[in-house]
Design a protein around this ligand. Structure first.
Ligand SMILES: C[S@@+](CC[C@H](N)C(=O)[O-])C[C@H]1O[C@@H](n2cnc3c(N)ncnc32)[C@H](O)[C@@H]1O
Length: 174
């Protein structure tokens, strides 16, 4: 089992996160993967928490946090199952290709039969974990029927990026 690499979707979140004031904010990343964005949040002095279903991702991110002399709480959790409290800012770059979900090298790219299952479960649960005025970001892909979630959860676009076979959307939920 390996850790999801830094890709275009990671960097789409990252360059927008760089513009955010995160100081002293309660920040949560669901699905830390390579840890790039949780490390950035910790560098920006957020009170950073990160979870993943993949133990390798947690271990890898813990090592990066330590190497950079930063602080973040990192633990295994299936979405919010082990998460307590409320957060000002929650991000999730979910697996969004079509196919069975899981933590194997193939499965970590997949978000269920429609590619939207992991994203939809997140969007249903996220309101209970946001502070008043808090917001959540999620990545969606043109390779799925993402418009259904945009409509259902009233998502607003932060930025989109066309890569050769798809368009990635960074969407906001408030
Ligand atoms: C597309 S990768 C994104 C990784 C990293 N955040 C990034 O932007 O590069 C999705 C990550 O979410 C994790 N994941 C998938 N389903 C999850 C779930 N139900 N709960 C927590 N993490 C999950 C995967 O293990 C993987 O690390």
């Amino acid at each position: 089992m390996s850790v999801y690499p830094v890709r275009e979707d990671t960097l789409l979140v990252k360059r927008n996160l760089e513009e955010q004031d995160l100081e002293d904010k309660d920040f949560l990343e669901i699905g830390v993967g390579n840890g790039e964005n949780t490390v950035l949040a910790a560098e920006k002095r957020a009170k950073a928490t990160g979870v993943d279903i993949n133990p390798e991702a947690i271990k890898h991110t813990q090592e990066r946090i330590k190497e950079n002399d930063l602080e973040a709480e990192l633990f295994l959790s299936n979405l919010f199952e082990q998460v307590e409290g409320k957060f000002d800012f929650i991000i999730f770059n979910p697996p969004y290709l079509k196919g069975e979900e899981g933590i194997g090298d193939e499965e970590m790219w997949r978000g269920g039969e429609t590619g939207l299952e992991a994203a939809e479960r997140f969007l249903k649960k996220v309101p209970a974990y946001l502070t008043d005025g808090g917001k959540a970001w999620i990545i969606l892909s043109s390779q799925t029927e993402y418009e259904k979630l945009v409509e259902k959860f009233n998502l607003e676009q932060v930025e989109s990026e066309k890569i050769w076979f798809e368009t990635l959307f960074l969407m906001k939920f408030e």
